[in-house]
Design a protein around this ligand. Structure first.
Ligand code: CAA
Length: 378
């Protein structure tokens, strides 16, 4: 077992860190305040090859491993977890094509993402079905040469900006998960209505909306796999994407730790920097331990996927542990800053707001524990 990163991995991390320091950190607060979508920054990240890490090299991608993807994501989320949500949502939407698409479908939909800057959205969640993904109500009906999609989606990242939507529905609700199917819908499809932008607590730079599909017709060849394959494609996608969310939590938590250390060395109380007080030292020690433990779980989940092993259990360990830890660590960072931590003039209150969503999307912390319990008890 070797915990060292390769020379190539160190180089890409250095490049990502420079990009984050120059392009993201100086403006993250402003984008958060205004709820502004970071299109130009997203495009620059694409130009540097830091996004769409899941596209295989046969289709023009850089051929990154899952381990490469999580270390890049950690570096980007260090700058802004909200912007990183938009970047990550591209991979979340492209993974079903990587996992369930035919060679022709991959050439048609993955390769263009390597040739020009494009945005994608993964459309699973509905107003009444979040955790219970098998219960989704959107229908996909057979109409000769076409599928007809009808229903509502909710909390869709990149919904208002996407060029491509990967949409889940059911060909027969009575079949439960065995009826779930997935189709690709292109921007501008007739009957696709884009909802209002949600005004969120955190991740305010990412674009989150509902979508309505009013009898949207797509050619038969837009379905990934066959009717009923959508569930396994969705679950396989989440096995790959949950370590990415967990690595976003590691990036946010590392930022909270670094900011806390810097502040604790500068802030004097009782005649010495607060870093000299054991009460602060124990907070910082707990933060550091949890960051390191989270990173190890994330990297294990990624390496298992790289080795072709099913990583469902470890991906859920990583998602639950890293995101819960990030929530605790960012809350503790506010505590280290005291009254200043509660002010928008300092970076830690944004970290705390951003951390919260990581415990909710791509399977809540409770759903991760449900997956873990089923795996360890079976
Ligand atoms: N890989 C392959 N197969 C899997 C699997 C996996 N990871 N997990 C489950 N399965 C299989 C099971 O083995 C079972 O197979 P059989 O039919 O052969 O027995 C089948 O799928 C059904 O499994 P369950 O009985 O466990 O299904 P369930 O209905 O009880 O639900 C769940 C399982 C894990 C709770 C699932 O509903 C789930 O993951 N829910 C959370 C949904 C989620 O994460 N949504 C995120 C949306 S995306 C987002 O948030 C991003 C954004 O843009 C905001």
């Amino acid at each position: 077992m070797n915990f060292d990163l390769s020379t190539e991995q160190k180089e890409i991390i250095d490049m990502a860190k420079k990009f984050v320091a120059n392009e993201i950190i100086p403006v993250a607060q402003e984008f958060d305040e205004k709820g502004k979508f970071p299109r130009e920054i997203f495009q620059k990240a694409w130009e540097l090859g830091l996004i769409n890490t899941s596209i295989p090299s046969e289709y023009g991608g850089a051929g990154f491993s899952n381990l490469d993807a999580v270390i890049i994501t950690e570096a980007l989320a260090y700058g802004c977890m909200g912007m990183n949500s938009s970047f990550m949502a591209n991979d979340l939407a492209l993974l079903p094509i990587v996992i369930g698409g035919s060679d022709e479908q991959k050439k048609k939909w993955l390769t263009p993402f390597t040739q020009e800057f494009k945005i994608a959205a993964f459309c699973l969640t509905e107003p009444n079905n979040g955790s219970d993904a098998a219960g989704i109500k959107t229908t996909i009906k057979d109409d000769g040469d076409h599928w007809v999609i009808s229903g509502n989606k909710m909390w869709i990242t990149n919904a208002g900006e996407a060029d491509l939507y990967v949409v889940y529905g059911t060909v027969d609700p009575a079949l439960k998960h065995k009826g779930i199917s997935v189709c690709v819908v292109e921007k501008g499809a007739q009957g696709l209505e884009i909802g209002k932008k949600e005004d969120k607590m955190g991740h305010r730079a990412s674009d989150t909306r509902g979508l309505t599909f009013n009898n949207v017709r797509v050619p038969k060849e837009n379905m990934l796999g066959k009717p009923g394959d959508g569930w396994k494609i969705a679950m396989g996608t989440l096995d790959h994407s949950r370590p990415l969310v967990a690595s976003s939590a590691v990036g946010g938590a590392q930022r909270a730790l670094d900011e806390s250390i810097t502040y604790a060395k500068q802030r004097n109380q009782f005649g010495v920097p607060i870093a000299k007080h054991q009460a602060i030292q124990t907070i910082i020690s707990d933060m550091a331990m949890k960051v390191e433990a989270s990173r190890l779980l994330v990297q294990k989940a990624a390496v298992m996927a790289d080795q072709g092993q099913r990583n469902t259990l470890v991906a859920s360990y990583a998602k639950a542990f890293a995101t819960d830890s990030c929530m605790q660590i960012t809350t503790d960072a506010v505590q280290v800053y005291g009254g200043y931590g509660y002010s928008k003039e300092y970076p830690v209150e944004k970290l705390m707001r951003d951390a919260k969503l990581l415990q909710i999307y791509e399977g809540t912390s409770q759903i991760q524990r449900l997956v873990i319990a089923r795996e360890v008890l079976s």
